[in-house]
Design a protein around this ligand. Structure first.
Ligand code: RET
Length: 219
């Protein structure tokens, strides 16, 4: 995440265009926040234990602190690319914060039943969010130039696939209490997902300056 941050800072230094600077600023904040939260988890600050029945679950709460800020920023990147209006951006970010907030409650709930119920509520918000992404936001992107629309399509598909895997890893992992995926593999899976959804997303977005040059704002 730190290398990703340095890469985005390095590439963004020479950018003078205000519109293009927005993408660099947002994307650099995404990996900076993630790097800080991973440092918190690695040094034991971002970890706690939650009692579920008589079992103590290890919960990395810093993940949720990371996602609470980075997922709205990722959606902001996509929204600016599509040329979305304020209502669409507010709807997407509202659904997103609701999703992470209820996901956080799921992680701290103390019975398997309530954990799964909150997981289901959070997953409902994810489905609604993806619906807006595929509907309104994709429609907005179609009114941009073909190059911008195609870059949007690639990033949107990346988001659909990756974001959908988060609740799957959560429910199969230790948080879901079914004990299918041990903590080691769950942690590895979230790390690969986070790197792809943040650094991978940022590299695809920012590598093409000529495309970002063509983004227009809504009238
Ligand atoms: C949780 C658990 C409850 C159900 C759902 C979840 C969704 C999380 C998502 C996280 C995305 C994170 C990203 C981070 C990095 O950039 C909270 C795991 C639906 C979609 C993209």
């Amino acid at each position: 995440m730190t290398l990703g941050t340095l890469y985005f800072i390095g590439r963004g230094r020479g950018v003078r265009d205000r519109k293009m600077q927005e993408f660099y600023i947002i994307t650099t904040f995404i990996t900076t926040i993630a790097a800080a939260m991973y440092f918190a988890m690695a040094t034991g600050f971002g970890v706690t234990e939650v009692m579920v029945g008589d079992e103590a679950l290890t919960i990395y709460w810093a993940r949720y602190a990371d996602w609470l800020f980075t997922t709205p920023l990722l959606l902001l990147d996509l929204s600016l690319l599509a040329g979305a209006n304020r209502n669409t951006i507010a709807t997407l970010i509202g659904l997103d914060v609701f999703m992470i907030g209820t996901g956080m409650i799921a992680a701290f709930a103390s019975t398997p039943g309530t954990r799964i119920a909150w997981w289901a509520i959070s997953t409902g918000a994810l489905l609604a969010l993806l619906y807006v992404l595929v509907g309104t936001l994709s429609e907005n992107a179609r009114s941009q130039s073909p190059e911008v629309a195609s870059l949007f399509g690639r990033l949107r598909n990346l988001v659909i696939v990756l974001w959908f895997l988060y609740p799957v890893v959560w429910i199969l992992g230790t948080e879901g209490t079914f004990g299918i995926l041990p903590l080691y593999w769950e942690t590895a899976a979230f790390m690969v997902l986070d790197l792809s959804a943040k650094v991978g997303f940022g590299v695809v977005l920012l590598r093409s300056r000529s495309v970002l040059d063509r983004v227009t704002t809504p009238t």
